[in-house]
Ligand binder design. Structure first.
Ligand code: HEM
Length: 544
């Protein structure tokens, strides 16, 4: 595979030399960097397929690649990323976005059949290009730490992932978190009841969170959020951070340092705890995720890298899905009614902790969550770097090409989901057989194959618990125009959500001492912010 070289004069810059060592190329090239290309024979239809250069898409220009399209006068000027995906698929089921500022081209696959071919040919070490800024940080500023799961590749990724799978994908390990997650969810519910109408502005919101028990935890979640936001500024928006240290880069580095240091401290404490366990306790103990990881790998640095993964990949994703579910259910009162009928039946006494058995019975609720993830897929697209030559829809796709799944386009396309623009949780239940997806690779909210989301079981548990508790305790209404969304690594609401929250009438007898939130008209819940903090409690209760 031929990779274009970085211009010599640019490589003299110290940062770029690091990037060169890190196998990143400062270039606008046809192919992403691949370390593990399979040298197998070409597909039978390779020679008759159209060359890569003929894949339709916006024009690529010398030096700037695809950047020209985003500048004034360009076809994507001021087009939001979520709309860009739609515009790209208008070029065809295979469409090419030329690379920008050292990033590789992105080939969008606008047909689930093509996505299936790409995913089924990814081999045992699937390559998903991680954020360059994270890669740079680990490879150059944290040389002592192993690379996090999100950015590592090849054998190193596989060894790490195997150990993490044993800890995070085991139902037994997940089960022990039902109770702690229920506890923090209950705290969140109590907090919702306590917030009076005056505490709605930002300052007051912060004030209402002052009684949060763990200031270090708050620091952690705030910095994790800054890092998440920086990934967008540094790796999605055009940014010169690879050449010069921009303010966004410095903010990212500072926050990464903070969360790495706090995580290291937690891991140290975990090690101490394990060492000091009396022998009688060792066998019977329910080990936490962190402890299990330490036992499995015997490597505290790996545990730190995993804690960072969980913070970066687990907080904004899960909390955003919860807020989208609240919004979808609040804006569909008939669905909310059915959901609450189910909740009332399965959870007769909401003052008691939720059990795993109850969660399993909440089939309509799970359908509401799935349907929300379909109509508003927070991960608008996922990517793979192909490891072998493929022919997709008549075009040659050489090994090393970054292909992308435009989830946001496919999930809301009538060709793949009947009545795609309607919120119909029934489509995920046996009664909605005629509403099912026409192809299984259209809806992959947690990705696919050996590289799929390692935190999905925890995400499910957290989302189901909090959604069940909120709708069992409150009625949510939305009395405003539709909420706008924007892309910030994940698809989020552009403004704080403003629900009218009412205590469920049947609960008045159970909670006579509580403030009756039904009197609180126009109660503003900056749901996202609160939920992020709630999610932190969950993360902390996992000891990480
Ligand atoms: C609803 C919430 C979540 C969604 C929608 C989500 C979605 C995803 C997706 C689409 C991927 C890429 C999978 C692929 O390439 O096939 C991924 C990877 C990942 N997720 Fe999640 N995720 C969520 C929650 C979490 C949580 C709670 C954690 C941790 C506790 C987590 C940790 C990770 C990690 C570490 C990876 C990288 C895995 C690897 O490269 O081996 N995620 N997630």
């Amino acid at each position: 595979m031929i990779l274009q070289r970085t211009p010599q004069f640019l490589c003299r810059l110290p940062r770029l030399q690091h990037l060169q060592q890190a196998h990143l190329r400062c270039r606008s090239t046809t192919h992403a960097d691949v370390q593990h290309v399979e040298t197998v024979t070409k597909p039978a239809d390779w020679d008759s397929a159209k060359p890569y250069s003929e894949i339709p898409g916006p024009k690529s220009y010398p030096l700037v690649g695809g950047l020209r399209s985003f500048l004034p006068g360009g076809e994507f000027y001021k087009v939001k990323l979520e709309e860009l995906f739609k515009k790209m698929t208008d070029f065809g089921t295979v469409a090419k976005m030329p690379g920008i500022m050292g990033r590789p081209d992105m080939v969008l696959l606008g047909d689930p059949k093509l996505i299936e071919i790409a995913f089924r040919n990814e081999g045992p070490w699937p390559i998903r290009r991680g954020a360059d800024c994270l890669k740079y940080y680990f490879e150059n500023l944290r040389k002592g730490l192993p690379q996090s799961l999100v950015i590592s590749q090849g054998k190193e990724w596989q060894d790490f992932r195997t150990a993490v799978n044993q800890v995070m994908m085991q139902p037994r390990n997940i089960k022990q978190y039902v109770e702690p997650i229920d506890n923090v969810s209950q705290e969140f519910i109590d907090r919702m009841r306590r917030i009076p109408i005056t505490l709605v502005a930002l300052d007051a919101k912060l004030g209402c969170l002052k009684d949060v028990p763990n200031p270090e935890g708050m620091k952690m979640v705030e910095n994790a959020h800054i890092v998440f936001d920086s990934l967008y500024r540094l790796d999605v928006l055009p940014s010169p951070w690879k050449w010069i240290s921009t303010p966004a880069w410095r903010r990212f580095e500072k926050s990464m340092n903070t969360i790495t240091e706090i995580s290291t401290q937690y891991v140290k404490e975990g090690m101490e705890r394990l060492k000091s366990l009396p022998t009688t306790e060792i066998k019977d103990r329910n080990y936490s995720v962190l402890e299990n990881l330490l036992i499995k790998t015997g490597d505290p640095d790996r545990a730190v890298a995993m804690a960072l993964d969980m913070l970066l990949a687990g907080i904004d994703t899960t909390s955003t899905v919860v807020s989208t579910v609240l919004y979808q259910v609040a804006t569909h009162p008939d669905k909310q009614k059915r959901l609450q009928e189910e909740l009332d039946k399965v959870i007769p006494d909401p003052s008691k902790p939720i059990t795993k058995a109850q969660l399993e019975e909440l089939k309509y609720m799970r359908a509401c969550i799935k349907e929300t993830m379909r109509v508003m897929p927070i991960i608008i697209g996922n990517s793979r770097t192909t490891i072998k030559d493929l022919v997709l829809d008549g075009y040659q796709i050489p090994a090393g090409t970054m292909v992308n799944t435009p989830n946001i386009v496919l999930c809301t396309d009538n060709a793949y989901f009947p009545r795609a623009n309607e919120f119909l949780p029934e489509r995920w239940l046996p009664e909605g057989a005629d509403l099912k997806a026409t192809h299984p690779f259209t809806f992959l909210p947690f990705g696919f194959g050996p590289r799929m989301c390692v935190g999905r079981r925890f995400a499910d548990l957290e989302i189901e618990t909090i959604v069940a508790k909120i709708f069992r305790n409150f009625k949510l209404e939305w009395n405003h125009p539709p909420a706008a969304v924007e892309f910030k690594i994940v698809l989020v609401f552009a403004d704080p959500l403003r629900f009218k929250v009412t205590d469920r009438p049947n609960l008045d007898t159970l909670f006579p001492h509580k403030i009756k939130t039904s009197r609180i008209l126009g109660f503003l819940v900056a749901a996202l912010d609160l939920l992020k903090r709630y999610m932190l409690f969950s993360a902390l209760s996992m000891d990480i």
